[in-house]
Design a protein around this ligand. Structure first.
Ligand SMILES: *Cc1c(COP(=O)(O)O)cnc(C)c1O
Length: 231
């Protein structure tokens, strides 16, 4: 067994244990393997153990890997999880399946306009700056409902949920409380009745805090280091 495969199995065990501790069904949390800075060979190793969803931060690097693994394209799901500037929206719309990091209407409109007609709608999460970090991307919590309403109306996008990257917390309880803020925004928006279809995805939790995120209701954890190693 390779290191990546044994790491993947450990991460799956962490997810299962966290779900059981939180009284949740382990199948309610998906694992997104964050392959940024690792090459297509590392992705292929994870694929050999059944991993299908991969996350990339840097768009040019992600597109390079997507193209290197083109033969497997139909069985893979590629998620863009890093900042998207206006001049990169076309590449994202043409190559990725999901974007977790939308925080402006202009970017959403460009992604919708540039999504090729032969592909299914791009799956979108809005990134929320849940703890107000000054230099962080993401929407203010009180702007999230309005952007969700607008994105849900764009023809070539499907609004799936919210993503957040809170500052590291000192302990489990504090980490749970931060993730719970995003869960509360998610629940409020779904309850507001302004979306044609409720959101179903809470993209929360990374290597250091996936247990807290699952406790708070995450449905998709984005894990890099624990699978592929340090960067
Ligand atoms: C790098 C990254 C991750 C993975 O972080 P790890 O701590 O390596 O698990 C998850 N989400 C985003 C947005 C990232 O940039």
């Amino acid at each position: 067994m390779t290191t990546i495969v044994s790491n993947l199995q450990l991460v799956r065990d962490r997810i299962t244990t966290a779900c059981i501790a939180a009284g949740r069904d382990p199948s309610s949390v998906r694992l997104l393997a964050v392959s940024k800075t690792f090459d297509a060979g590392a992705v292929a190793e994870a694929m050999s153990d059944g991993q299908r969803a991969f996350g990339e931060n840097y768009i040019a690097e992600g597109v390079e890997k997507i193209q290197a693994l083109q033969a497997d394209r139909s069985s893979l799901e590629w998620h863009c999880i890093g900042p998207v500037q206006s001049n990169k929206t076309r590449l994202v719309a043409e190559h990725f399946d999901w974007v977790h990091s939308v925080d402006r209407l202009k970017i959403a409109q460009r992604l919708s306009e540039q999504r090729p007609a032969h592909l299914p709608p791009l799956q979108i999460c809005l990134q929320v700056n849940v703890d107000g970090g000054a230099n962080k991307s993401g929407l203010a919590p009180d702007e999230t409902l309005e952007l969700a309403r607008q994105v849900a109306q764009l023809p070539r996008l499907t609004l799936r949920g919210l993503m957040a990257i809170p500052e590291p917390a000192p302990d489990f309880v504090a980490a749970c409380a931060l993730h719970a803020r995003t869960k509360a925004i998610f629940d409020q928006i779904n309850a507001a009745g302004v979306l044609p279809v409720p959101m179903d995805t809470l993209s929360l939790g990374m290597t250091a805090d996936l247990e807290a995120a699952i406790h708070a209701g995450s449905t998709m954890v984005r894990v890099g280091t624990a699978i592929f190693g340090g960067r």
